[in-house]
Ligand binder design. Structure first.
Ligand SMILES: [Fe+2]
Length: 368
């Protein structure tokens, strides 16, 4: 049984400028980012890299339509290294571009996963503290033709270098901070509960949970403390990424994709919708299973276990019912069916078996 791996080299620099100098970024390199990240921080470095701005190809999370537009724009261009600087959307897109070669339809990459081959060195600089995507081998794409998000998974999607730069986190808008760190916490918890968890992954999951919960306690009292905690949240997100990159995520992520894909809800916010209800479902099905160890861990950081976690999260971000995003009764059965049909990889990493009826019940409970 394989126990653990971390593929990318992990670096930390206080400023983007330090990173650009250390790796001599230049005209042969392609930076994929957003203009609002590029203009204040990257452009002043004057490294002369080629650029590709995600927002020029669509908004929200990565879809096949958006990525195909970018692949067409890059057709015929040569670059030695790809530098992804951004949140989950930019990173997921960069991973696909790094293996696309001359292909201009991402859907065909999904059909030929075993044939994927990386054609440029990939550097990932996360500017949110949630995805952990800088250390994982997966790219999530909204496949509009299928009506759901799906993960493209291949060893070829690993970055060569993950680069942590707290400068970006300290200036993150509060909503993006809250959603991305909640996602990181869910990665830590889901990987901890996964049947594929090992002693190695549990160390990273536990440390990530502890850093995030302690950081949240500070932020709940004083939002001004985010800048001081930025390094810890970035580290926690990276630890959680290492844990879930090995042990996987489970039902929370599985249920999030149908809902988030249809109503264009940001990934962390969409996951938050199902996080506590899924933990309660696990507890009801197997109160003495691994969820018990999770509760003991949570109790070492805050009062009340899952209940205490729910209260703390409520002080960080409001949780609205699915109907507030436009979801209806008809979505409940459709989402449950879609989740069972399209998300078996994730459902298989839940800590208790879960069937379509169970999933329908959780969606129904989250509707209003
Ligand atoms: Fe996630």
């Amino acid at each position: 049984m394989k126990l653990f791996q971390v593929v990318p080299e992990i670096h930390r620099f206080e400023k983007f400028r330090d990173f650009a100098e250390a790796f001599s970024l230049g005209a042969e390199d392609l930076i994929i980012t957003n203009r609002y990240i590029y203009e204040p921080v990257i452009s002043e470095c004057g490294c002369g890299c080629m650029t590709l701005f995600q927002e020029e190809y669509g908004s929200s999370e990565p879809s096949d339509v958006m990525i195909n537009g970018m692949l067409r724009a890059l057709s015929g261009k040569k670059f030695r290294r790809i530098i992804a600087v951004g949140g989950g959307t930019v990173i997921d897109i960069a991973k696909v571009i790094a293996v696309a070669g001359e292909e201009t339809d991402v859907n065909r990459l999904f059909e030929n996963v075993s044939g994927l081959k990386r054609n440029a060195e990939l550097f990932i600089v996360p500017t949110t503290c949630g995805t952990g995507s800088e250390v994982t081998d997966i790219s999530i794409v909204n496949r509009t033709a299928l009506g759901t998000k799906q993960g493209l998974v291949s060893r070829e999607l690993f970055a060569s270098h993950a680069v942590l730069i707290p400068e970006f986190i300290a200036t993150l808008p509060y909503k993006a901070f809250a959603a991305s760190t909640t996602d990181a916490l869910i990665h830590a918890v889901e990987s901890y509960l996964s049947p594929l968890a090992t002693g190695y992954t549990e160390m990273f999951s536990e440390k990530a949970m502890s850093l995030i919960i302690r950081g949240y306690k500070r932020v709940a009292e004083d939002k001004g403390s985010i800048a001081e905690c930025a390094g810890d949240f970035l580290t926690a997100s990276n630890y959680a990424g290492i844990a879930f990159g090995n042990a996987g995520c489970g039902t929370v992520h599985a249920m999030s994709y149908a809902f988030g894909g249809k109503y264009h809800v940001a990934h962390g916010e969409s996951n938050y919708q199902f996080f506590i209800p899924v933990l309660r479902f696990y507890k009801s099905k197997s109160p003495d299973g691994k969820i018990k160890r999770l509760e003991e861990l949570l109790c070492s950081e805050l009062d009340g276990g899952i209940k205490g976690l729910e209260e703390l999260l409520g002080r960080i971000m409001d949780r609205k019912p699915m109907s507030a995003y436009g979801a209806t009764e008809a979505d409940v059965a459709d989402f449950a069916e879609s989740t069972v049909k399209n998300q078996q990889r994730l459902l298989g990493r839940s800590c208790v078996p879960i069937c379509e009826e169970d999933i329908r019940g959780i969606y129904a409970a989250c509707l209003r």
